[in-house]
Design a protein around this ligand. Structure first.
Ligand code: C2E
Ligand code: CA
Ligand code: CA
Ligand code: CA
Length: 276
C-alpha cells in the first residue's frame, strides 16, 4: 500500500478525513521547506571502538516548521518519499553535508542516508559524483547508508548502481541491519564496507540474559569474515558500550559519544578527531 502511494498525492479515505487533510497541509509546507530555509543538517559522531577516535559523522536532516516547531525525520522522510519530494530533499542534504565535510580533515568520513527512492533514480550516481566534485571531498570520505529497501525493486539497475558507486570510490554501509528480512542474500549481492547494527539489538544488550548479545556476536562474526566493519547504533550507557567492545564491533554511535550536533560543533570535533 505504501509503494502504491508513492509519487501520488495521498489517497482519500472518509474515516481518515482530518488525518488526510493534515498530511496534505504538511506536504504543502514540506514542498516549500527548502526554499524557506527550514531544513537543516546535524552531524552525529561515529567513533572507533578501540581508540575512541572519531572516524566520521552521520548527517541527519532536521525540519523546523514555522508553526509546529521541530518535526521528526521519522515523520517527514516517509511523507517526502510518498509525495515525490525525497529526491530534492535528499540531494539538498547530500550537497550540504559534503560541503560541510570539506572543512574536516580528509580521514574524517561523512555518512549520508540514501532513501531507496533516491537509490532507484537512474541519475543517482551522477548526482553523487556532482556533489563530490562540487564539494571537494575525497570520494573515499563519503559513506552512503542504504537500507534493505533498495533490494525490493531487485532490478538490473540495483546491481549496476552498486558497481558504479564502487567505481566512484565511495563507501557503502548497510543501515538498520537485522530489522528487515533475508539480509544474508543482500550481503552476498552488494559490496558493503560496513554493517550498521540496528539500535533495537544494541539498546539494553548488556542486560543479563539478553538474547541481543548472541545476535550481535553473530553479526560481528559474519561481518568479520566478509571483511566488513560493524557499527553499533544507539549506544547510550557505559554497560552497553563495554559489551559492544567485548563483542568486537569496530565502530560505535550513540548518545554516549554525542548527540547529533550543529555544523560548527561537528567541525570543532572533526578537527580534534576525538570525543572527550
Ligand atoms: P537512522 O538512519 O537509523 O539514524 C539514526 C537515528 O538514531 C537518528 O535519529 C539519531 O539521532 C538516533 N540516535 C543515535 N544515537 C542514539 C542513541 O544513543 N539513542 C537514541 N535514542 N537515538 C539515537 P533521527 O535523526 O531522528 O533520524 C531518524 C531516521 O530518519 C533515521 O534513522 C533515518 O532513517 C531518517 N533520516 C534522518 N535524516 C535523513 C536523511 O537525510 N535522509 C534520509 N533518507 N533519511 C534520514
Ligand atoms: Ca542511517
Ligand atoms: Ca540506522
Ligand atoms: Ca532507523
Amino acid at each position: 500500500a505504501k509503494a502504491a502511494g508513492r509519487g501520488k498525492h495521498c489517497f482519500y479515505e472518509p474515516s481518515m478525513h482530518s488525518e488526510a487533510a493534515d498530511r496534505q497541509l504538511l506536504e504543502n509546507d514540506l514542498r516549500q521547506a527548502i526554499d524557506r530555509g527550514e531544513l537543516n543538517v546535524v552531524y552525529q559522531p561515529i567513533v572507533r571502538a578501540s581508540t575512541e577516535e572519531i572516524s566520521g559523522f552521520e548527517s541527519l536532516v532536521r525540519w523546523t516548521h514555522p508553526v509546529r516547531g521541530a518535526i521528526s525525520p521519522e515523520k517527514f522522510i516517509p511523507l517526502a518519499e510518498e509525495c515525490g519530494l525525497i529526491g530534492q530533499i535528499g540531494q539538498w542534504v547530500l550537497e550540504t553535508a559534503l560541503k560541510e565535510a570539506a572543512n574536516w580533515p580528509d580521514h574524517v568520513r561523512i555518512a549520508v542516508n540514501l532513501s531507496p527512492i533516491q537509490f532507484n533514480d537512474p541519475a543517482v550516481v551522477d548526482a553523487i559524483a556532482k556533489a563530490i566534485d562540487e564539494s571537494g571531498v575525497k570520494p573515499a570520505q563519503v559513506e552512503l547508508e542504504i537500507t534493505e529497501g533498495v533490494f525490493l525493486a531487485d532490478s538490473d539497475h540495483t546491481e549496476d548502481t552498486f558497481a558504479r558507486l564502487k567505481k566512484l570510490g565511495v563507501r557503502l554501509a548497510l543501515d538498520d541491519f537485522g530489522t528487515g528480512y533475508s539480509s544474508l542474500g543482500y550481503l552476498k549481492k552488494a559490496p558493503f564496507d560496513k554493517i550498521k547494527i540496528d539500535q533495537s539489538f544494541v539498546r539494553g544488550a548488556a542486560a543479563p540474559s539478553s538474547r541481543n548479545t548472541a545476535i550481535i556476536r553473530a553479526i560481528v562474526s559474519l561481518a568479520e569474515s566478509l571483511e566488513m566493519e560493524t557499527c553499533a547504533e544507539g549506544v547510550e550507557t557505559h554497560d552497553d558500550l563495554a559489551l559492544i567492545r567485548e563483542l568486537g564491533c569496530s565502530h560505535v554511535q550513540g548518545y554516549i559519544f554525542g548527540r547529533p550536533a550543529a555544523a560548527d560543533q561537528a567541525r570543532a570535533l572533526a578537527n580534534r578527531s576525538r570525543v572527550e
